[in-house]
Ligand binder design. Sequence first.
Ligand code: ZN
Length: 150
Amino acid sequence: MNELRELYQEVILDHNKRPRNFGVLPGFSGRAEGYNPLCGDRVSVAVLMDGDVVEDVRFEGAGCAISQASASLMTESVKGRTICQTNELFQQFHQMVTGDGPVVWAEEKLEPLSALAGVREFPIRIKCATLPWHTLLAALENDSQDVSTE
Ligand code: ZN
């Protein structure tokens, strides 16, 4: 548990304790479930789209502090972004947690995501941090399918 403690920085603890955008999203347009069997993390992400823009996003689920905090931080960082911008943001986030390179966030509001940079030292935790993002992207795809059938 000692090595994990280094990961559990103040931001992560705060978001795990008081997750933002947690709960049911009424009238959601896309939704997906994610599961990380390595850790037992479960997360469900629902999005409400306004055209191509993520108007609202909420998550539910239970798991380790990394997965919960990552989901919470994610919802705060993608609201108001297009699907394309959300994909780009995930690429940057993925590079940060896998240690492929330094990440300089273009916006101050994205800086809290850096709290999760420490997982690059613990490969088994990378999936905890990326699970909410993979689930979000699946929820966005669900939405585009819904749109195409209308
Ligand atoms: Zn986990």
